[in-house]
Design a protein around this ligand. Structure first.
Ligand SMILES: [Zn+2]
Length: 252
């Protein structure tokens, strides 16, 4: 790191669990953020300000007036623009040192696999189960840690899946595909604006911890927030020995 970086990131470097080595790992890291909406916005803000070297920001949507209530990467004058490009413009103003790669297509198949394989960590900030499961499969396949967040109405949840660890469950162990889970979309159900900020910020915190090596990651625990009572619950869960996604992979 150069002198300006040492100064810019000095408040991280002062923290013993991060220190200069941890911050250097953050600066050298590549993170894929799937979704530049309510969760992806705060997550991207903190990852960029904290100096992640490269952020791939993927979102196939465009900015809409109803997004601006909570999707803080975007501004009124960018309505109609691709969210990935709007996010890139915002992040460049916060920290021009971060290379932001916008991806405006819906991620699937080989493109998704290639982006996951090239990342040091993936943040799932999307709003649909198809993408969540596709991202999880790619993360298990390429052994890339996945920081998963979700928020609807006043309820939020977050967990970390680390396929580099033999004891780590995957997203599918927790939420098996094909079970009739009702997809709840913000457009229908509503969403409390700061809830997305809280959950997205927890995702950024877990990513920075994983990448720098600080603390204990949220692996094998699902953190649940009820924003109406502002109560957090932490639920432990294990690997599903019959999981269709990760059980066949065996131990690393
Ligand atoms: Zn699994």
């Amino acid at each position: 790191m150069n002198d300006e970086q040492l100064l810019r990131y000095s408040r991280h470097i002062l923290l013993d669990p991060i220190g200069i080595e941890g911050q250097a790992r953050i600066v050298g890291a590549h993170v894929l953020i799937v979704g530049a909406g309510g969760l992806g916005s705060p997550a991207a803000f903190y990852l960029a300000s904290a100096g992640i070297g490269k952020i791939t920001l993927a979102d196939s949507d465009t900015v809409d007036l109803t997004n601006l209530q909570r999707q803080i990467l975007h501004t009124q004058d960018r309505i109609g623009q691709a969210k990935a490009l709007s996010g890139q413009a915002t992040l460049a103003r916060i920290n021009p040192e971060v290379a932001v790669v916008p991806v405006t297509e819906r991620l699937a198949g080989e493109r998704l696999a290639a982006l996951v394989a090239g990342a040091d960590a993936v943040l799932d900030c999307c709003d649909n189960f198809d993408t969540r499961h596709a991202v999880n499969r790619a993360c298990v396949e390429h052994r890339v840690p996945l920081i998963s967040g979700a928020a609807v109405r006043f309820s939020g949840q977050v967990s970390v899946f680390d396929p580099r660890r033999a004891d780590s469950p995957c997203y599918h162990c927790l939420f098996p595909e094909g079970e009739d889970v009702e997809e709840m979309r913000c457009a229908v159900t509503g969403i409390f604006a700061p809830l997305t900020g809280i959950i997205g910020s927890v995702q950024a915190a877990e990513a920075l911890k994983l990448l720098s090596g600080a603390g204990e990651p949220l692996v094998g625990r699902l953190l649940l927030l009820n924003a109406l009572t502002m109560e957090w619950r932490s639920v432990r869960f294990g690997k599903d020995p019959h999981c269709a996604v990760c059980a066949a992979r065996g131990n690393p």
